[in-house]
Design a protein around this ligand. Structure first.
Ligand SMILES: [Cu+2]
Length: 345
């Protein structure tokens, strides 16, 4: 079933989306949409109002590349929460709650043993909080609600290596995560991992919309969220963004994926089409890895790390092999060797 059957759309985008449904429906559909007509009236009328849309109306992909390690024994992180409008799929707008101006929030990259001093400033309209899965800390103290206009600061030691979710923990948590309040923190092991040539961070999540989000931005449908009936499922907050702008590698590179499933409710069955995962640090237990596995579960609220070495140039989709999620947007491409075309060609 295509997106359009759930959410009728007007104009060329909708027709192209219908035409694109096939094997790897999400990839094909979204590639077709991405290559389609220029953005419509809504985007052009408000080019600067949408957090991840440029002045020319183009979607700006979330940077998947792992940012540099933060230096120093104490890493200060300041998240300023704002109510924002984001694009979550081509032509689809959503009123989100964003840690630091986006959904997901920024990727934080530290080394095991560093201290993290976290400050959350709530510039939103209602109370929020921030729960770091990388922390061993009393949640009733550190993760408590922060009223609008207020801040909270707490410090924890990143003592456990892995890749961890952070998220708002304010009730109902389902609503706060579904509204975009999540992100990833990468804690590199103190003992270095095998060398990687490229490193990417992927956060999967679902979006539950009260409308199609094309004429006016959608907001949360709590009924759909409770029923786990998402309209979109995304890598890094936007359906199919790495189909349009693939991640890249050279043949023979070791490519490392740090993956978090933010949910709020669906798991991710991580799989890369056309290859086998050379190393899989399952559940982000960095003390051991499995070798040469096809698909690994990343549960909602969990993480995992994958190394893959691809020798043959080509376009390799990374998906949840739970294919309803692919059809709703959870697909990206790794372009190995700078080959041309897309999966739709
Ligand atoms: Cu919140």
């Amino acid at each position: 079933m295509s997106q359009s059957e759930n959410f009728p759309r007007s104009g060329a985008r909708g027709r192209r989306a219908v035409a694109g449904a096939a094997v790897l429906a999400g990839a094909l559909t979204l590639a077709a949409v991405a290559a389609g007509a220029p953005a419509g009236g809504h985007e052009m009328a408000h080019p600067n109002a949408v957090a991840n849309v440029s002045a020319t109306g183009a979607h700006v992909p979330f940077p998947a590349k792992l940012p540099p390690l933060r230096q120093g024994s104490l890493v200060k992180v300041h998240l300023v929460l704002k109510d924002i409008e984001v694009e979550i799929a081509p032509g689809v707008k959503y009123l989100a709650w964003g840690f630091a101006g986006g959904a997901p929030g920024p990727v934080i990259h530290v080394r095991q043993g560093q201290k993290v001093q976290l400050t959350l400033t709530n510039n939103g309209m209602i109370p929020h909080s921030v729960d770091f899965h990388a922390a061993r800390i009393a949640p009733n103290v550190a993760f408590k609600d922060v009223d609008p206009g207020k801040s909270i600061t707490y410090t924890f030691t990143a003592g456990d290596a892995g890749v961890f979710m952070y998220h708002c923990g304010t009730k109902p948590v389902l609503a706060h995560i579904a509204n975009g309040m999540y992100g990833a923190i990468v804690v590199e092991p103190s003992q270095p991992l095998p060398k990687a040539d490229r490193e990417y961070v992927l956060v999967s999540s679902e979006w539950y919309l009260n409308g199609d989000g094309t004429k006016e931005p959608a907001t949360l449908s709590m009924a759909k969220a409770r029923a786990v009936q998402p309209d979109w499922v995304t890598w890094n907050g936007y359906a199919g963004q790495y189909v349009k702008a693939p991640l890249t590698a050279d043949p023979g590179d070791i490519v490392r994926f740090w993956v978090v499933d933010a949910g709020p409710s669906l798991d991710t069955a991580f799989h890369i089409v056309g290859t086998i995962l050379n190393r899989a640090w399952v559940n982000a237990d960095m003390s051991q890895y499995q070798r040469n596995v096809q698909t690994v579960l990343v549960p909602a609220g969990g993480g995992a790390v994958f190394d893959v070495k691809i020798d043959e140039p080509g376009l390799y989709p990374f998906v949840s092999h739970s294919f309803a999620s692919v059809d709703l947007g959870l697909v990206g491409l790794l372009n190995v060797g700078n080959v041309g075309g897309t999966m739709s060609h």
